[in-house]
Design a protein around this ligand. Sequence first.
Ligand SMILES: O=C(O)COP(=O)(O)O
Ligand SMILES: [Mg+2]
Length: 224
Amino acid sequence: MKSFAPRAIFFDLDGTLVDSVPDLAEAVRRMLVELGEPSRTDAEVATFVGKGIPTMVERALTVGRAPISPELLAQAITSFMRHYEDTNGKLTRAYPGVVEALPVLRARGLKMGVVTNKAEAFIGPLLDELGLGGFFDCLVGGDSLAKKKPDPEPLWHACQTVGVSREEALMVGDSGNDALCARRAGIPVLLMTYGYNEGVPVDTEDCDGLLSSFLELPPLLKTA
Ligand SMILES: O=C(O)COP(=O)(O)O
Ligand SMILES: [Mg+2]
């Protein structure tokens, strides 16, 4: 695989840094109970993650089921947000190698940021809960800007925030959504193979490399 010489690395959150489906799925199930709708498994919810919370909630209600009204969807999103505030961080864990690799990258002087489609309010508390809060120079959520991934805007915003050009950045994600965002932004992108990709095999995505562990990342980087 080719090597990279970034000054900043931007990480996707769900499916890349953390395995968050258990908490997302529990909040989805509590929302479904509240609305009197049939339940969903963790495996189903894993395929609904990636395009942000409103899309995940809509998929939980409608995939393989009848369409719903905009009013019911709005009610469901509000309900999910309330329940996720409670479940966020309870069962979510950093993937193997993340806790070890982040200090190594930090020690090399790299700027680091999180660019996720998760709503901004949930990012800081989750990272703090897992002891990862101190590593990041910027956090961009799915509702932080007018547009979310796969629009390039969140990555450009992150570059601006940490003071690097797009040529000096690298994206690390787990999905075609991340890859497309990075391609549109003009930023190279590596994808982790263990994450969530809306039910699509990740090795079919257009990216600059696939990694099966976070520990594979530091050796790929040429830094001063
Ligand atoms: O869809 C979401 O809410 C989260 O997605 P991401 O962290 O993988 O961008
Ligand atoms: Mg992801």
